[in-house]
Design a protein around this ligand. Structure first.
Ligand code: SF4
Ligand code: SF4
Length: 361
């Protein structure tokens, strides 16, 4: 154990936490981490292997790319094939496969697809190419949506009419309610995300704990933070309590970041959204408000793509995103499906559960 812990920044603290966690002798429990970066950290530091057999960590829908349904990608592929169009996207979206194609393969065929690091970069591209329509593939949670909202507001102020977004933005609260109430998922505790919580605050989690009796902890990304939050959840379960600890209070305030939420509310309104693995969740999506609808690239799709999520044959991303199985339960894992030859989105995204398992196990 000591050698595994040597890589931890604070070995003594981590060792003490692991010892305390190993003393847990209650019923078998499943604790879900709801954050792609937590999934990566848990795999990277071998935290799963340090836990006793009655404590299981399962991964949830923590990465916006992973939960984006296949019809979104089909729509993005249709858009990039249009005349005089530039598609701008974050890198992870480039490699998501859809029926043998991806944005990367389309780029190789000569379509104008650009990788950007911020939605604001796509505004610059729109300014530089007034004769083309620039479409930003807007896929994110509350963390990245405020910047997309700022991009739309800037485009509106500057009268930039060749800029559009294809929104598959989602919000976490409705999905958390769904996961908490789903008997198939059967979560006993949550490790709540750090960045998303910095925007939405920790109030929602108190609500979940009260409504469903599930304890949780908001946690940072250091291994000792994660171990501390696991220990907190186990103590709650053992004492038959369901409260929420904010162990990342340097970043996460109970009320979150009202300025960032204000930007989202100014530009977007709630809509129903399809999540890969979870299906349609009422009120969990974000679409442009009427005032900004001229920036909505869904108007170019105009109902020609059916809103259906199709899994590639054999791929179990849907079950993995619900914590119903582990990547190693998928027959394609590490064989037909690797980061070089991904079959599903969970193997593509840098925060994807399958990618994390493949990289570190
Ligand atoms: S955006 Fe931040 S909090 Fe959300 S899943 Fe990614 S790393 Fe976790
Ligand atoms: S290993 Fe690949 S095919 Fe299997 S669930 Fe993960 S992404 Fe899908």
């Amino acid at each position: 154990m000591i050698s595994e812990l040597e890589q931890f920044r604070n070995e003594t603290l981590a060792e003490g936490l692991v010892k305390a966690i190993r003393r847990y002798d209650g019923r078998p429990v499943s604790i879900m981490e709801v954050c792609g970066t937590h999934t990566m950290a848990i795999s990277r530091y071998g935290i799963r292997e340090l836990l006793p057999p009655n404590v299981r960590l399962i991964s949830g829908p923590g990465c916006p790319v992973c939960v984006t349904p296949s019809f979104y990608l089909k729509s993005a592929l249709e858009l990039c094939r249009r005349e005089n169009t530039i598609v701008a996207t974050f890198g992870d979206m480039m490699r998501i496969p859809y029926k043998g194609a991806s944005l990367l393969t389309e780029k190789a065929l000569g379509r104008d697809i650009r990788m950007v690091y911020s939605p604001l970069d796509s505004l610059d591209i729109a300014r530089q190419h007034p004769d083309k329509t620039v479409i930003f593939l807007s896929v994110g949670f509350e963390t990245t949506v405020p910047v997309t909202a700022i991009a739309v507001l800037e485009a509106a102020q500057q009268g930039l009419d060749n800029f559009m977004i294809l929104s598959a933005n989602k919000t976490i609260p409705a999905a958390m309610h769904l996961l908490s109430s789903d008997p198939e998922v059967a979560v006993d505790g949550f490790l709540y995300p750090g960045h998303v919580s910095a925007v939405i605050g920790s109030g929602l989690y108190e609500e979940l704990a009260k409504a469903y009796g599930i304890p949780g902890a908001v946690t940072g990304f250091d291994p000792a933070d994660i171990l501390g939050s696991i220990l907190y959840v186990l103590e709650q379960i053992q004492d038959n309590k369901a409260t929420v600890a904010n162990l990342y209070s340097m970043v996460v305030q109970p009320g979150g970041n009202p300025i960032a939420r204000g930007k989202i509310d100014e530009v977007f309104e709630a809509s129903d959204a399809v999540w890969r693995g979870l299906g349609q969740i009422p009120g969990s999506g974000l679409r442009l408000r009427e005032k900004y609808r001229s920036f909505d690239a869904w108007s170019l799709i105009n109902g020609s793509v059916e809103e259906r999520d199709e899994e590639a044959r054999g791929c179990r991303c849907g079950d993995i995103l619900k914590g119903k199985c582990l990547p190693s339960d998928c027959k394609l894992f590490g064989k037909a499906c690797t980061p070089e030859t991904p079959v599903g989105s969970c193997m593509v995204s840098s925060e994807g559960t399958c990618a994390a398992y493949y990289r570190y196990q």
